[in-house]
Design a protein around this ligand. Structure first.
Ligand code: ZN
Length: 343
């Protein structure tokens, strides 16, 4: 009960990349870069285990950005000529690569990280991939001329990589779809279908993470415009509840999401965000357990997984390490509080 997992990313050590950046520059290149990526992945596997987490990830140490890390292994994308584009409905500008030809995988994308994970922990392992709709929103299209068509083209490639990850022993494959909180109608219409295409044929656990973004200023400013009640999830949750995806990761602590929206996910495992990623202040175990307690009013306890609101990538290492420990300690406290006595 109350398994613990992180949404996905963790801070990169200063010897691997620039710190506290969403698109950091690597500190090394070639073989040396491959070596330090591996070192950082091993470090975070150990840190997650030591903190006491039940599900372990690679902390996304090998990708510069959660979307572009996948795109780098895709043929048909021009990385040499990036263009500036407003993303997430123009919330912020980013330099993005361009799709210029039919999309194909050059080969495996995350084979090394999955192999490291499987070899170095006996706990369940989760691997994250960007979702098709979010990819489409983070790349410039000069070829397909149709968002839906391009999303399904990416979904096919994601599916190839996901099946390969599963074959390597990955227990949970999670697709990250922050765009679902931005393009609400499209998400409920074709976004979820594209996601199901990406997950087609998987027999491991499948998950989707939907958030209000990293704790960067553009997102903090955006959240300030969303009013007292954030009801974005209301549109997409019914479509997800009807889908084949098994777990849904959502924001809870310090967000203005009405907790009763979680009830729309009946039949799914719910990864409840009990760790804030927009603040370096480390939660107390009591605060984490309280948040779990609030979520339990809308989610059956056997379906609740304690998670972070989003990735921890742009944070300090100290804060991230503290938050991993708070997550595990808070879930343990919640098990004591709500484990046996409530029935
Ligand atoms: Zn997120």
């Amino acid at each position: 009960m109350f398994d613990t997992a992180i949404a996905g990313s963790l801070p990169k050590p200063a010897w691997l990349a620039e710190t506290r950046k969403l698109w950091p520059q690597w500190r090394a290149e070639g073989e040396e870069l491959a070596r330090v990526k591996r070192d950082a992945t091993l470090l975070w596997i150990k840190m997650q285990e030591d903190a006491g987490l039940d599900v372990i990830g690679d902390g996304e140490q090998s990708r510069q950005h959660f979307v572009h890390g996948f795109l780098e292994q895709v043929e048909g994308i021009d990385f040499a000529n990036k263009v500036e584009m407003g993303i997430r409905n123009d919330r912020y500008k980013a330099m993005v690569p361009q799709v210029v030809a039919p999309l194909r995988l050059k080969g495996r994308v995350h084979a090394t990280e999955a192999q490291l994970l499987r070899a170095h922990t006996t706990r369940r392992i989760k691997f994250t991939l960007p979702g098709p709709m979010t990819i489409v929103d983070t790349v410039a299209d000069r070829f397909y001329g149709d968002r839906v068509k391009m999303a399904f083209a990416f979904a096919e490639l994601l599916n190839q990589e996901a099946l390969a990850l599963q074959a390597q022993g990955v227990d949970i494959i999670q697709f990250d779809e922050p765009a679902f909180n931005v393009y609400l109608d499209e998400a409920a219409d074709w976004g979820v279908k594209a996601l199901e295409r990406a997950a087609q044929g998987l027999h491991c656990t499948t998950a989707v993470h939907i958030c209000y973004g990293y704790g960067i200023q553009a997102n903090i400013d955006w959240k300030a415009t969303l009013g007292q009640e954030w009801r974005q999830y209301e549109k997409v949750f019914p479509a997800l509840a009807a889908s084949s995806i098994q777990q849904v990761s959502l924001e809870c602590i310090h967000s203005h999401v009405p907790p009763d929206l979680m009830a729309l996910l009946a039949g799914k495992d719910v990864m409840v965000g009990v760790i804030d990623v927009a603040s370096e202040t480390v939660e107390s175990p009591e605060e984490v357990a309280d948040t779990i307690g609030r979520a339990l009013q809308h989610v059956p306890r056997e379906r609740l997984i304690a998670c972070t609101n989003c990735g921890l990538a742009p944070m300090s290492r100290e804060a991230a390490e503290g938050k991993l420990r708070a997550l595990a300690a808070g879930a343990a406290l919640a098990r004591e509080r709500y484990g046996r006595t409530s029935e």
